[in-house]
Design a binder for this molecule. Structure first.
Ligand code: ATP
Ligand code: ZN
Length: 314
């Protein structure tokens, strides 16, 4: 006899809404399934919305004259390890492995392939890791004295997090568009205060129902519980949450993190007075915003309200 389903009804209802939204996007052709949860192709319409949102995120920070930089979706393993991602979020990481053996080692791999058996233990970790947040490659690049006024960067890249889900708002590979401030604590907090206004303005001008709230990162395990509490107490992470699955299940389309001196200390970045620089970043999840817009206005952009289409250049 099948065991009784013990999943609470609320969780079932939420999963059903997530599946329904995913199916709407797939049926309309906006997302192309690959067979792996959270890994999709995107059609040209989806990409047009992504570009429109990216352009708005760029424009919102223009007054700060950011230095625009691009990195591939990989960072050196040494930097990834220094940042502490594996320590804090072990179940999300994507280290890259490859084959470095000889002909005999290769025969062993092929045998596993032929037998449909796992072969991970025959591969070797490389010097690179998939980037989980697009600002990470920037901090190691600014080591040393920052100079007066500090630095502002803007970047966008694909990120990887191993969090397979039926929810089309939660992908394994997604783009972040970020603005990053590295400076004295006062300068960083001033910058953050401006984005606390800009971000909800940007999202609500697109017809999304958005609220701001204090949040925490999913730090792992027992030690992680304390880190979550301390992050909340100090209000280091603020999310801009949209209503896609009901008011009680809001999802972050954007979040702003204040790292204090974490990156400044780790990578030896100094302000004029010789102190470790502070930093903060605001990241917009481009696919999250895009999926939220399809949910809000429908999968056919021709039917979207014209002010929203105009804003996005559609
Ligand atoms: P969540 O709490 O939903 O896991 P987060 O707050 O940890 O997300 P951040 O690390 O702050 O996310 O990343 C910045 C932005 O990147 C998020 O606000 C979100 O829009 C986007 N993002 C994060 N994880 C995902 C994902 N798995 N799929 C799609 N977008 C994501
Ligand atoms: Zn960041």
């Amino acid at each position: 006899m099948a065991e009784a389903d013990t999943t609470p009804p609320a969780a079932n209802a939420l999963a059903e809404s997530q599946l329904a939204l995913r199916d709407r996007l797939v049926d309309a052709g906006r997302l192309i399934p690959t067979g792996v949860a959270g890994l999709f192709g995107r059609d040209v319409v989806f990409e047009a919305v992504v570009s429109g949102v990216g352009a708005l995120v760029a424009a919102a920070g223009e007054d700060d004259h950011p230095t625009r930089v691009s990195y591939p979706p990989l960072i050196p393993k040494v930097d990834f390890d220094k940042i502490g991602y594996l320590r804090n979020f072990p179940e999300l990481v994507g280290p890259v492995f490859s084959f470095v053996g000889d002909a005999a080692d290769h025969r062993a791999v092929v045998e596993r392939l032929d037998g449909d058996a796992p072969y991970g233990d025959l591969l070797t970790q490389t010097e690179v890791t998939l980037t989980p947040a697009c600002c990470y490659p920037i901090y190691p690049s600014v080591t040393g004295a920052l100079g007066a006024g500090g630095a502002v960067f803007e970047t966008c890249a694909y990120c990887f997090r191993h969090e397979p889900s039926v929810d089309p708002m939660r992908l394994q590979a997604f783009r972040q568009h970020e603005h990053i401030r590295i400076a004295t604590p006062d300068e960083v907090l001033d910058w953050r205060a401006r984005w606390l206004e800009r971000a909800p303005e940007l999202l609500s001008a697109l017809g999304l129902d958005v609220i701001s709230d204090i949040a925490n990162d999913p730090f792992f395990g027992r030690a992680g519980r304390l880190m979550k509490m301390s992050q909340r107490e100090q209000q280091l992470k603020i999310e801009f949450l949209v209503d896609v699955y009901g008011d009680e299940h809001r999802t972050a389309c954007s979040s702003i993190n204040y790292h204090q001196d974490h990156f400044g200390h780790t990578f030896g970045i100094h302000t004029d007075d010789g102190a470790d620089a502070h930093s903060s970043c605001i990241g917009f999840g481009l696919e999250r915003c895009t999926v939220a817009l399809f949910n809000q206005h429908g999968t056919d952009v021709a039917q979207w309200p014209s002010p929203v289409r105009d804003r996005l250049g559609l």
